[in-house]
Write a protein that binds this ligand. Sequence first.
Ligand code: ZN
Length: 362
Amino acid sequence: MENYKRSENNKKSENKSENEFLNEELKLEEERQLKRKESRKLNLGGRYSTDWICFEDYQLKEDKNGDLYVVPSSVERLKIYNPFDLAEELLIDTLKLGDAYNVYKNDLKNIDGNAYKKRKVKKNWEDLKAQLLDYVKSYGLLGLISSSTYNRNVIGDKDVLIMERNSLKLKERIMDTQAYMALFTPFAEKGDLGIEYHKNVGYLVKYEDTPRFYGKRPMVMDLIFSGYYAEKVEWIFDYVSMLAKHYNQLMTYKTKASRLTEPVTILANEFEASKIGFTINQADKTVIAWAFDSLKTTIQTIYGFSVTDENIKLKRCENCDGFYFAVTAREKYCSAACRNRSNVRKTRQRQKEIEEVDKEEV
Ligand SMILES: [Zn+2]
């Protein structure tokens, strides 16, 4: 009887351990998957303390001078998001847009009267505009009104001090605030926006129900997150194009790194990200709490972390040329599909070479 009991106990514990073993395997596999996913996440060193806002829909619209703008077309619904949570997608989509624009600019230069090339470039411009709209619909506008001045609030100040290296190609160093604001609100009509003063502090009055920060964030944010705030298509393209060029130059210098005698600053005059603020927060650990004034500087900061990250590498796929994050130095492709396509091509190439050698021998 005792023996029987013991063996049953043994059986029980064996079954249990088998189940346990299975569970452990499952758990391990889950952990491995999570690790793979997490390993493609950037280490951004800090927390993002200033969420960004993206409205439901945007459109392209020409102002009275014929300049093409992106402006919200519906502010009924909005998405409040933390750009650090979307860091990888945001960066890759920005570089993709910049890449596409650089290709377009290059094709435009090489039309030389050719009708076919002309049609192709025209179609590419239409595609590019659609890609830009998709981009803005995902992440919102860049906040260039704030990232181009030394003023913190812009709103309520008499004049604005324009940064020497600004994204707007403005030559003026000082501008009347009303004139400056008009550059970003070409479709606002009389009575849509106004400034009211309380105890010498200017507040933006807008006749629509969009976010207000009541001075908790720079006053200009109340304007950026309104249906009247617009950015020129050209400004956005110039910015994303600069970032994509920066990446290309960086990669060129990287391959020559062993021959560099001193550090090189890439695109020194164009890259500069100014006005980046932060405070220190104490939670379960002590962290930097970034306070960005625009999506523009946020993207540049993410980019800065991404090209200096020791664990993952921002790379271009050797098959499709698209950007992706690689975990090891040996990785060459953005996906299994691209690796397969490349292998198939290599096999065909080898086969062709063998056939040619055979022919010669005959
Ligand atoms: Zn690929």
